[in-house]
Design a protein. Sequence first.
Length: 190
Amino acid sequence: MARQDGERNRDRNRDDERDSEFVDRLVHINRVSKTVKGGKRFGFAALVVVGDQKGRVGFGHGKAREVPEAIRKATEQAKAGLIRVHLREGRTLHHDAPGRWGAGRVMMRSAAAGTGIIAGGPMRAVFEALGVQDVVAKSIGSPNPYNMVRATFEALKNETSPRAVAARRGKKVADILARRPGEAVSALTE
């Protein structure tokens, strides 16, 4: 039985709505060439970070003969590999976190409200897609964007919320948190 045109349009609209909730950032494009008998053949590799700016983020790598096709492949891979990161007050990290991937090393620190995103290049793209508003980050190792993004993701995977730590230890959230001046316990449990 053939599908109706109305069903196709509804499916397209659902896909568009799902895609519109994500923000994608092109981090890096690499052009490579292969010398063949008739000249050179060019290929492109794209590194893309995708996030919903509400705590979910992913990255992807795509290769193709044309730039738009490489970006499309990378975006699809990024959406398939999203991770959830628990943010404090929806704006910063819960705790400091080091990350490492190959020669890429990064250090991320939570920051006070109004600090902004203090991070360079590929790390900034990850934080913008994630929805972090205040963070201080430093890349210590290799400037290779692929290793920097992977090191950042390794650090983000190790982020834990006070609620998860309290559940793991069998305690209350208030027992886990050190009281910070001017902050309520309920604001820190998000």
